[in-house]
Structures are given as C-alpha cells and as structure tokens.
Design a protein around this ligand. Structure first.
Ligand SMILES: *Cc1c(COP(=O)(O)O)cnc(C)c1O
Length: 206
C-alpha cells in the first residue's frame, strides 16, 4: 500500500510510524512526506535515532518493554508519549525519578497473551485511576493495546472492542487516546474506534 493510500484510510486517527526495523534513511524519507510521529521499541535504538536525527522536528514515541535499568535513559530522552506503561509498578518507578510531566498510555494486554506485556483487562480501570491519583508526573492520557496474535479476525476484533470499551469508561478520567492497530489489523482497529495506529512493516514495503 502506498503511503498516501494509508494516510487516506486513517481519517482523524494519528499515525505513528514505527521505525524499529529500518534505518534513518527510511525515517527521513517518510519525514519528507510530512510524517512527524515515529515510534521505537528499544531504548538504545530510540536514543541512537534521536541523536542522529536531532536536526528534524520529530515526535518520538516509546512503544516497547521498559527494563528497570533503562528508566533513567528513557526519562532523559523526553519521549513525546510513553505508550507502553504496563501498570502501576512501572508508573511508580518512572514517576519517582521524573522531574517533568510525561504523557503516558497504559498498555492493556487485551488478548490475555502471556508473551505480551500490559495490564489485564479487568484490572485496567482501577490501575489507571490509581496511577492518576498517585503518580503526579505521569500524565495518563489513554490506552495502548496490541491485537490478538492470530488470523482469526473475530478474535482480533474482540480484543479491540474490549480495549475500546475500557477506553470509553476512562474518558471521564482523562483518556483521550486509544492506540490500537498495526500493519496487519489497523483497518479493523479503526472500525473499532482507534484514534492512533502504530504502523511499521506496511510503510516500508516496496
Ligand atoms: C513493531 C510494533 C508495531 C508495528 O508493527 P507492524 O506489524 O510492523 O506494523 C506496533 N506496535 C508495537 C508495540 C510494536 O512493537
């Protein structure tokens, strides 16, 4: 799919171009087409791209697992949005070291997959509110979720619908972003209410 075609499918949803498997050359190419939001899932790679592309006005998102020994590095990088906070414990650890306010999403493990990080669906609302109340430097503004890892579209749809339902309940607590949808399932995610998609592979196919 061409970049313009992908953009035309997004409506009002915001596109985060995931650059984890590509070089700065591809980032610059998309940037020249007007793309300003990029995501990385490793702190080391995020740091190196930020340094190499510091002359560009890019909003960098952190979308990966945060190891304890990388917390300070993430904080130093000032990500536009930390999309992958997996619960109160992580929020607490980051919060107590922060000296500024970090926009953050709570990651929901909506497919209940043990290989995936994120909070369980039935704990999400309570956890969201607890972070809001106790972590003043964490500005929780929504949810992030990865669709079920299966070809069964019904199952994927169910995980998106479940996440969206939680998102709706959290609107009154400040949730504004529902980040769901990747290359294989973003059109379905959009149908289910996503307003932020994170696309990697599909952006770089020739
Ligand atoms: C890699 C990744 C993406 C993008 O995946 P694609 O299938 O390449 O579009 C989106 N979100 C997260 C959290 C990722 O790690």
């Amino acid at each position: 799919m061409k970049f313009e075609e992908i953009i035309s499918k997004l409506g009002d949803a915001r596109l985060i171009a995931v650059s984890k498997n590509v070089t700065t050359k591809e980032v610059i190419n998309l940037y020249s087409k007007g793309q300003m939001d990029f995501g990385e899932n490793r702190i080391q790679e995020l740091k190196s791209k930020i340094n190499m592309l510091s002359n560009l006005n890019i909003n960098w998102h952190f979308i990966g697992r945060l190891q304890k020994n990388k917390i300070n590095q993430m904080i130093d990088l000032h990500p536009t949005l930390w999309q992958s906070c997996d619960g109160f414990q992580s929020a607490y650890e980051v919060n107590r070291r922060l000296t500024y306010i970090m926009p953050t999403l709570l990651q929901i493990n909506s497919a209940d997959e043990i290989t995936k990080q994120g909070i369980k669906k039935d704990e999400a609302i309570e956890e969201f509110i607890k972070i809001k109340e106790e972590c003043n430097n964490i500005n929780l503004i929504g949810l992030m979720s990865i669709g079920a890892n299966t070809n069964d579209e019904k199952l994927v749809q169910k995980t998106f619908e479940d996440t969206y339902e939680i998102y709706e309940k959290l609107k009154k607590y400040g949730a504004k972003i529902c980040s769901m949808g990747m290359s294989n399932d973003f059109e379905l995610a959009l149908k289910c209410g996503s307003n932020m998609v994170r696309l990697g592979t599909i952006l770089y196919e020739k």
